[in-house]
Design a protein around this ligand. Structure first.
Ligand SMILES: [Zn+2]
Length: 252
């Protein structure tokens, strides 16, 4: 197992392993999302005995996380976090409630190209959930909390302001002929899901929450959740078996 680029406090590591789905979908979460994945123990990269500790300054201040992986007492966001013009939305970097860009036209156009190529290969995709407003996410999350309690809801639904779907750049993708596998990791096991995982970067999309990157992204594997970042960045992230957090050098 590779060491992750970003080292997390143990509490965050434990918390993130408990958190399941990054995106609450309009659909009920499916049972297979609830399976926990293995956690790897992180190695300590520094020697303790030396007087001079390498200046491995984290770019961001240490933060305490709650059981859901969220920062305790975090002030509401006043701006969207961008690094080199790239929007990042995760548990570390929420969005203001009034951030409402709608679905990205660039992402939609890229998805159309992706789908045209997929059809040549015999698959037809549906982006079954893309842009979701802050208010819509609030409604979804509150419904889940009312139904299952907050602790359980935090495991599969993003809190309002924290869903990447609010950026308009996240596309939940499934095979049109197979809606039963929407928002399920069964999708990743299908030929269509494998095709998408291997080809999405050519159209500017990355699988946002890859398997084994929970400690980096803050979310467990989601074979259906893709994020539009443009071809160059998507290809670099794909080729390096990386994540958006690692590419931008930010925490999840
Ligand atoms: Zn999603």
């Amino acid at each position: 197992m590779k060491k992750s680029f970003i080292q997390f406090p143990v509490i965050a590591l434990a918390a993130s392993a408990m958190v399941l789905a990054a995106c609450s979908n309009d659909e009920e979460p499916t049972a297979d999302k609830k399976a926990a994945t293995e956690q790897t123990s992180e190695e300590t990269p520094t020697d303790n005995g030396t007087e001079e500790t390498p200046e491995q300054q984290p770019a961001e201040p240490e933060v305490e996380r709650d059981a859901g992986g969220y920062i305790i007492d975090q002030a509401p966001a006043t701006a969207v976090k961008k690094v080199d013009g790239i929007v990042i939305a995760n548990k570390r970097y929420p969005m203001p409630g009034d951030y409402a860009p709608g679905e990205s036209a660039d992402a939609r156009a890229a998805f159309a190209k992706l789908n045209a190529a997929a059809q040549q290969a015999g698959y037809t995709f549906n982006a079954f959930s893309t842009y979701r407003s802050y208010d819509r996410q609030t409604e979804l999350y509150n419904n889940y909390v009312a139904k299952d309690g907050q602790e359980a809801a935090d495991r599969y639904s993003a809190r309002p302001g924290f869903s990447e779907h609010q950026t308009g750049l996240a596309f939940d993708i499934g095979e049109t002929s197979n809606p039963n596998d929407y928002a399920s990791n069964r999708f990743g096991e299908t030929a269509a899901g494998k095709w998408l995982a291997e080809n999405a970067h050519d159209y500017g999309f990355i699988m946002r929450y890859p398997d084994g990157k929970e400690e980096v992204t803050g979310y467990m594997y989601e074979s259906w959740h893709f994020r539009y970042v443009g071809n160059d960045i998507a290809t670099e992230i794909y080729n390096n078996d990386s994540t958006l957090e690692e590419y931008l050098g930010v925490e999840g």
